[in-house]
Design a binder for this molecule. Sequence first.
Ligand code: SF4
Length: 225
Amino acid sequence: MLTTEEKRLRAAEVVRALEEKYPEATCALKYEGDPWKLLVMGRLSAQCTDARVNVVCETLFERFPDARAMADAPIGEIERLVYSCGVYKVKAQNIKEFSRMIAEEFDGRVPDTMEALLTLPGVGRKIANLILGDIYGKPAVVADTHCIRISNRLGLCESKVPEKVERTLSELVAPEKQSDLCHRFVWFGREVCDAKKPRCEECPFRHYGCVIERKEKSHAEKTAR
Ligand code: SF4
C-alpha cells in the first residue's frame, strides 16, 4: 500500500496525464448549462446510461422545460416519459417533488450547498457533488462507478464505499482539479480502464502495477505483457 504522500504524488501524475489525454473535461449529460436540468438528468442516470438519459430528456424537457412546469406535470406523464431509464416510478416522483421544492422553497434556484441539496428527494452525495462541481465550480468528487473502480485500481483508495472514496480523493487531489478529474475518469473508464476488460497495454499508468479484482486479473495480466 502506498503512503499518503506517495498517493498524493500519484494523484497529481494521474491528473496531469488525464488532462493531456482529455483536454475537454465535459460532463456526458447534455444539460445545456441549466442546473435544474442537470439535477433531473443526474437523478435519471442512476442505473441507466448517460446516452439513454440524453435521449429521454430531449422529449422530457420539450414537454416540461423548467421546475415549475415539471412540478405541475401529471405524474403519469412523467412516468411514461422516463420509463426507459428504469426505476421509473420513484424517479418520476422524485423529479416532480424536487422540482416543486426548487420552484416554491428555493426561489426557482438549485441550491449551492451540500446540506441544502441533500434535502431534495432522490438527491444523494453523487448528484449533489455533480451540481457543486459543474454548476457552482466548487471542489467536488463525484464518486460514481468509474471513479471508484479506477481510483482503487490505481492504488489511490482501498474502499468501494462511495463516501470513503469521495473523502480520500478530496484529500489527495487539489480542490480545483477534483470535479474535472471525475469527468475524465468517466471517459478514461469507457475507453481504457474498462470494468471487465481494462486495456492495460495502451494505458499510461501500466507501470503502477494496478490492483485488479481477481475475476479481471487474468485478462489484465495477459494484456499488460
Ligand atoms: S493499467 Fe490497466 S487497470 Fe491500471 S489504470 Fe490502466 S487500464 Fe486500468
